[in-house]
Design a binder for this molecule. Structure first.
Ligand code: GLU
Length: 293
């Protein structure tokens, strides 16, 4: 199958170093496979969006010489697609309305790998599925598994480790988990390369793919760039915006973070062909083993 990858930033601020690493890795992997590379702006949650940052992210990518295929897609313009998928999930009978507040959940739920494990309080209450309530997807305890191209076999029992999760929030916004699955499928994405902060979400996304009967893409989760205190960098907290004055140096720093050989180049035009040739996933695995070993 022809390789199609993507980079899908949320426009919550300028690109930080962690998102440059994700952009570079997804780009190099796609181009080394002679594949396409799409850019999608994940702006479904307009409340978190910082005005102007989508344009700023795109101009940084251009400045770095990263050329995307086709038009940039914006989640905010695709609500109809998400709604159709929601209706399909609803037909499976696995969606239910939930009126628990965060406070109520915090008072009774156990903490798990990704925050509180939703204890299923509203599962059988038949709460109306109107926009004033959130909608959750009923999960199960089967092992959801996939083979990550870097991390190997990953398994998760979603009900036990995460709990029934939100598909549409109480304010009517479709969850990231559903939107990303619908988009990647609709855009024909075959390979997802992204940061390890999304590793815990992947089984939920695979579960949604199974329910919607759509094929599962290949996944590769990259080591996370952390700030000095060990926390994850996030665009919304102004963490470490990248130096765009010296793109080759910034790109080489991203290569270095992923254990790749440096590229000697005077311009981004010179940088990419060599970086694409040298791209080596084995080197990422070696950096990670070194860190954990
Ligand atoms: N929009 C998500 C983010 O910026 C990434 C989505 C994805 O790669 O699946 O964290």
């Amino acid at each position: 199958m022809h390789y199609r990858g993507r980079f899908a930033p949320s426009p919550t601020g300028p690109l930080h170093f962690g998102s440059v690493v994700a952009a570079l890795a997804s780009y190099l992997d796609a181009r080394q496979h002679q594949g396409e590379w799409l850019v999608r702006i994940d702006d479904i949650d307009r409340l978190r969006e910082r005005p102007g940052s989508a344009a700023q992210i795109l101009s940084t990518l251009e400045h770095f010489g990263m050329q995307w295929d086709g038009d940039v897609v914006y989640q905010s313009q695709r609500l109809r697609l998400y709604q159709q998928a929601l209706e399909k999930l609803r037909a499976s009978g696995l969606i239910y309305g939930c009126n628990c507040s965060r406070k109520q959940i915090a008072a009774i739920a156990k903490s798990g790998i990704g925050g509180f494990i939703y204890p299923g309080s509203c599962r059988d209450l038949n709460i109306a599925q109107t926009t004033s309530h959130s909608l959750r997807l009923r999960t199960n305890n089967l092992y959801t598994r996939f083979d990550d191209r870097i991390l190997g076999a990953i398994t998760q029992r979603i009900e036990f480790e995460i709990g029934d999760f939100i598909i549409r929030r109480g304010d009517g916004i479709i969850s990231y988990q559903l939107a990303v699955v619908v988009d990647d499928h609709e855009q024909g994405v075959t390979d997802i390369v992204r940061g390890e902060d999304l590793l815990l979400s992947t089984p939920r996304q695979i579960y949604i793919q199974q329910l919607l009967e759509i094929p599962q893409p290949a996944y590769m989760h990259l080591p996370l760039v952390r700030s000095a205190d060990g926390s994850k960098l996030s665009k919304s907290s102004d963490a470490w915006p990248v130096d765009i004055k010296n793109p080759v140096r910034t790109l080489n720093q991203a290569l270095g973070f992923l254990g790749q050989q440096q590229v000697r180049a005077d311009s981004v035009e010179e940088f990419w062909p060599q970086a694409i040739r040298q791209w080596d996933i084995g080197a990422i695995k070696r950096v990670m083993n070194h860190e954990t070993g």
